[in-house]
Design a binder for this molecule. Structure first.
Ligand SMILES: Cc1cc2nc3c(=O)[nH]c(=O)nc-3n(C[C@H](O)[C@H](O)[C@H](O)COP(=O)(O)OP(=O)(O)OC[C@H]3O[C@@H](n4cnc5c(N)ncnc54)[C@H](O)[C@@H]3O)c2cc1C
Length: 480
C-alpha cells in the first residue's frame, strides 16, 4: 500500500501543464528541479500516519481512523488553537522554516472561510454550501493548496482603465450554465507545480466597473488551458554542498489562463469588487492563515541564529563584544516574534461565528517587522562570517581528492574539524549567497504584500485618537 506521501506524489500525474526551460515537464517527481522538494513534502505528509508524530500535526475526525492535518481544525477553544500552532511548528521545524508554502497557509484560509461560512453566506447565497463542500474535500483528500492573488506586474502606475493592462489581468471572458471561462495571468504562486488547487483572488481594490476582474475561485492545477510557468530552478542536487537548495526549493510560478473553465461550484464569488474585498478582509480566515506565517517564521529565525552562532564559534570570534552584541540581536528577534505569537494566541477572541481567532494586530506586527528582521539577520551572518563563506573548496568531495591533506590542514576551525567547518560555511552560503538564499530574502520582504503599504496600513487602521488625545489633554492642562 502506498504511503500518504506517495499517494500525494502519484496524484500529481494528472495532466497538468508545468513549463520549465521551454519544455513541458513530464514526471514531476523524478525531475531534478522538483525531486528533493517532493521528497521533503512526502516526509511531511507521512508524519500524519507516524504513531510518534501524528498527534503533533494532526487530529482524528469522529468515526475515522486516519488523521487529518491540524490546519483544517476549526479552533473553538485555546486548546484547538494551540493544536493548530503546534502543527505549524512541527512542519516548519522539520524544514527549518525554509518552506513557507506547504499548503498549511492556504488550507487555513479555506478553514477560516468554512468556519465563518454563516457570516460570509451573507455575501452570496451559495457561498456556504460551496465552501462546506470544498473544505470537506480538501481536508479528506489531503489536498495541497496554494494561493495566487497578485495581478501581473506590467505597469503599476496605470489603472485598469488602460485596456492593454486590463486584458492581461485575470478576467471572465464568458459565462455558461456550468461555469465561467477565464483568461489572463496571475503572479506569483509558490509551490504551484505540485499543488492540487489554486485559491485565486485579488489584491487590488477594484472599482464596481472593473468587476470582471474581481473573483474568488478554486482552480484545479490540471485545468485545461492553465499553464504553470516556472522561474529558473534553484534546486541543486549536490546535497553536501547545497543542503538547503537540494531539499527546500519551493518553486515560484506565474499562471497563464488560456480560456480555463471553472465550474460554478468552485466559483466562490465573481464579478463583484465589493464582496471580494469583504471576503479578503475576513478576520476569521486572515487570523487563522496569517497565524501560520508567524509560527513558521520563528523556526526560520531560529535556524539562521543557529547557523550564525555555529559560525561565530567555529572561527573563534564569539568572544568579541561586537560579535556578541550581534548574536544577542538575533535572540531578540526570535523572542520578539515568539512573544507576538504567544500574545496573538493568549489574546485570541471568539468571533461572530464562535471561532477562537488569534489577535490579528499582533500577527500584523510580527509579519511587518519580520520583513525587516530577516534581511538584518542575514546581514549579521555575513558580518560575522566575513570571507569565510568563500574560503571553501569547490566541492565537499575535494576533501577526499588529490589535496586531501592540505584541505584538512588549512580549512580547520577553532572548535571544529576542517570537514565540519566547510560543511557549515557551505550551509551558511546556501542561506545568504545561493540563488535559493537570495530568493528567500526577497520572499521574507514581500510574501505578505508590499511592506511599505503594509506598514502604512497599520497606521491608517489604528485608533489614532487614543494616542493623540492624551497629548492634547496634556497641552490643555498645561496651558490652563
Ligand atoms: C518569492 C515570492 C513568493 C511569493 N509567493 C506568493 C504566493 O505564493 N502567492 C501569492 O499570492 N503571492 C505571492 N507572492 C507575491 C507577493 O504577494 C507580492 O510580491 C507582493 O504582494 C508585492 O506585490 P508585487 O510583487 O507585485 O510588487 P509591486 O506591487 O509591483 O511593488 C513594487 C514596488 O513598487 C511600489 N508600488 C507599487 N505600486 C504602488 C502603489 N500603488 N503605491 C505605492 N507604491 C507602490 C511598492 O512599494 C514596491 O516598492 C510572492 C512574492 C515573492 C517575492
Amino acid at each position: 500500500m502506498l504511503s500518504r506521501g506517495e499517494r500525494f506524489i502519484k496524484s500529481l500525474n494528472d495532466g497538468r501543464s508545468v513549463l520549465l526551460e521551454g519544455e513541458r515537464i513530464e514526471g514531476l517527481a523524478s525531475h531534478p528541479a522538483f525531486k528533493g522538494t517532493l521528497e521533503t513534502i512526502t516526509r511531511l505528509f507521512n508524519m500524519l500516519d507516524d504513531p510518534n508524530e501524528k498527534e503533533n500535526v494532526g487530529y482524528k475526525l469522529p468515526g475515522r481512523k486516519s488523521y487529518v492535518h491540524n490546519s483544517f481544525l476549526v479552533p473553538y477553544t485555546l486548546e484547538g488553537l494551540q493544536k493548530r500552532s503546534m502543527a505549524f511548528h512541527y512542519w516548519s521545524k522539520e524544514t527549518h522554516g525554509m518552506m513557507s508554502r506547504l499548503s498549511d497557509y492556504a488550507r487555513s484560509m479555506i478553514t477560516g472561510w468554512y468556519a465563518a461560512r454563516k457570516e460570509l453566506g451573507k455575501l452570496d447565497p451559495h457561498f456556504e454550501s460551496k465552501i462546506t463542500a470544498y473544505y470537506t474535500e480538501a481536508r479528506d483528500q489531503d489536498l495541497f493548496l496554494t494561493t495566487a492573488i497578485v495581478d501581473p506586474q506590467i505597469d503599476r502606475s496605470s489603472g485598469l482603465e488602460d485596456t492593454r493592462v486590463a486584458q492581461r489581468f485575470l478576467h471572465i471572458v464568458r459565462e455558461t450554465n456550468d461555469g465561467i471561462i477565464l483568461r489572463g495571468a496571475k503572479m506569483i504562486a509558490t509551490g504551484a507545480p505540485y499543488t492540487h488547487d489554486f485559491i485565486i483572488s485579488s489584491f487590488l481594490e477594484f472599482k464596481p466597473e472593473q468587476a470582471k476582474h474581481a473573483h474568488v475561485l478554486i482552480v484545479p492545477a490540471n485545468s485545461r488551458g492553465l499553464h504553470i510557468v516556472c522561474r529558473e530552478s534553484f534546486a541543486d542536487r549536490r546535497k553536501n554542498d547545497h543542503i538547503l537548495s537540494s531539499r527546500y526549493e519551493e518553486m515560484d510560478s506565474v499562471l497563464f489562463f488560456d480560456d480555463v473553465f471553472v465550474p460554478w461550484e468552485r466559483v466562490l464569488l465573481h464579478d463583484n469588487a465589493e464582496k471580494v474585498l469583504a471576503l479578503r478582509a475576513n478576520k476569521t480566515a486572515n487570523s487563522l492563515a496569517f497565524h501560520q506565517n508567524i509560527v513558521r517564521y520563528v523556526a526560520k529565525l531560529e535556524f539562521v541564529t543557529g547557523i550564525t552562532f555555529a559560525v561565530a564559534e567555529a572561527i573563534g570570534v564569539n568572544e568579541y563584544l561586537h560579535i556578541q552584541e550581534k548574536l544577542g540581536e538575533l535572540l531578540i528577534q526570535i523572542d520578539t516574534i515568539k512573544a507576538l505569537v504567544i500574545a496573538s494566541e493568549v489574546q485570541a477572541k471568539l468571533d461572530e461565528s464562535g471561532v477562537l481567532v488569534p489577535e490579528l494586530s499582533y500577527i500584523h506586527t510580527a509579519r511587518n517587522i519580520g520583513t525587516r528582521f530577516y534581511p538584518r539577520a542575514l546581514e549579521i551572518l555575513q558580518q560575522i562570517g566575513g570571507g569565510g563563506f568563500v574560503q571553501v573548496p569547490s566541492k565537499f568531495e575535494d576533501f577526499f581528492g588529490v589535496n586531501s591533506n592540505h584541505m584538512h590542514h588549512y580549512f580547520e576551525g577553532k572548535t571544529v574539524s576542517a570537514e565540519k567547518k566547510v560543511q557549515l560555511f557551505k550551509l551558511a552560503w546556501d542561506l545568504i549567497g545561493s540563488p535559493l538564499g537570495s530568493r528567500h530574502e526577497l520572499y521574507e520582504r514581500f510574501y505578505a504584500g508590499d511592506p511599505v503599504r503594509a506598514y502604512a496600513k497599520q497606521y491608517c487602521e489604528s485608533d489614532q485618537t487614543s494616542f493623540t488625545e492624551p497629548i492634547w489633554r496634556l497641552l490643555r492642562e498645561s496651558s490652563k
